[in-house]
Write a new protein. Structure first.
Length: 133
């Protein structure tokens, strides 16, 4: 689940940029990673549900990119942008994964070409501002 006390984000042109508030490190998500982020904004879901959502959204074979989901979640969790679900929250979805995918995908237009979900970590925001990038 998103640690909203430690993360601020914006989605521009289908790609999310996430700022870690306490360090000003920032992260860029590709379109599939942003899709997963949008799911997390709707519902606290685990890795298995995220992988299933990717399969549904992009019509992928079961289990195809679970390791990419795990890598993205591990990076964002290690930096406290995501928090682990506690046992009471895990598995207690207010919507099915199918309903969740439909509600998020409806706002993003047609299914884009698939690329494995990815999060890239960048230096501090101050470096970005000073460099003028």
């Amino acid at each position: 689940m998103i640690n909203s006390d430690n993360a601020a984000w914006r989605v521009v042109d289908g790609a999310a940029t996430i700022l870690r508030a306490d360090t000003t490190c920032y992260y860029g998500l590709n379109k599939a990673g942003t899709f997963l982020w949008m799911l997390l904004l709707e519902e606290a879901i685990g890795v298995e549900e995220m992988a299933t959502a990717l399969e549904l959204r992009y019509q992928l074979p079961a289990g195809r990119d679970r390791e990419h989901v795990v890598a993205m979640v591990d990076l964002l969790s290690a930096d406290q942008v995501l928090m682990e679900l506690d046992d009471e929250v895990a598995g207690d979805l207010s919507q099915s994964v199918e309903e969740l995918v439909t509600s998020v995908a409806d706002g993003t237009g047609p299914t884009p070409p698939y690329e494995a979900p990815e999060a890239q970590k960048f230096g501090t925001l101050e470096q970005l501002i000073v460099s003028g990038e």
